[in-house]
Design a protein around this ligand. Structure first.
Ligand SMILES: [Zn+2]
Length: 235
């Protein structure tokens, strides 16, 4: 059972380092194997099969040799299936993509696959790369909410996790990160608009591909984004 096995999986390149003169060590976030570090031998050679494929945030179809007892695996080939071009010359898109990468890696320790989280990562990169610029904050907010939901730390936003009753639709509710987010005003936290948990609920109910068409006032987006960042930094 300790023989290396050939595996094929889609993966996102999240780190790369030079190794000796002509090779590279690549860290891939993969759908089926979790986060994997692998040696790409000869990646710097002019006729390398990896030419142009080993670049941050490329989504690749990867062929690996996995040895269960080793921490460094072998990468045999990588074919780009979703390129990183949108992030190369666009600071805002790149910053959002790197922030997503950081969040995903925090929640996915090496060698522990998490297909829903991988799918969020890949779909998130696609949206951040292709959506109109004025929609990027909203898209990023939608991705972050799903991230918390996949981690299992976000109760349904319209329900108070303390008393399990629905929150009011008007006036104020309370916000308490330690309680998972939105609670009744009289139960503590700091007062925020009752529109915010409803907005979070609506965003979560919207499929990713429809997020770019979702209309919301910028102030609402910003206010909810601040709360969601607080929930993420509280993880
Ligand atoms: Zn309550």
């Amino acid at each position: 059972m300790d023989k290396p096995q050939r595996k094929r999986t889609s993966g996102i390149i999240v780190r790369r380092n030079d190794w000796r003169e002509s090779s590279r060590i690549v860290t891939l976030c993969t759908r089926d194997l979790g986060v994997v570090s692998a040696l790409a031998k000869g990646a710097h050679r002019p006729k390398s099969p990896f030419l142009g494929a080993i670049d941050l945030l490329h989504v690749v179809d990867a062929k690996l040799s996995i040895h269960p007892l080793r921490s460094l695996q072998r990468l045999y080939s990588a074919d780009v299936i979703q390129g990183n071009r949108p992030f190369r010359h666009d600071r805002q898109r790149r910053d959002l993509a790197f922030r997503l990468t950081k969040n995903i890696l925090l929640a996915m320790p090496e060698g522990r696959p998490d297909p829903p989280l991988f799918d969020l990562f890949r779909g998130g990169l696609r949206l951040l790369g292709a959506s109109p610029r004025p929609k990027l904050e909203l898209i990023s907010l939608g991705i972050d909410l799903r991230y918390l939901q996949i981690l299992g730390v976000l109760p349904p936003p319209e329900v108070c996790p303390l008393c399990e009753k629905n929150l009011p639709k008007t006036g104020d509710v309370g916000f308490l990160a330690q309680a998972g987010g939105f609670i009744h005003r009289h139960e503590g936290g700091r007062p925020i608009s009752a529109r915010l948990p409803l907005f979070a609920r609506d965003l979560l109910a919207t499929p990713g591909r429809n997020l770019p068409g979702f209309r919301a006032p910028p102030t609402l987006v910003r206010d909810l984004a601040d709360l969601v960042q607080e929930l993420i930094s509280n993880l």
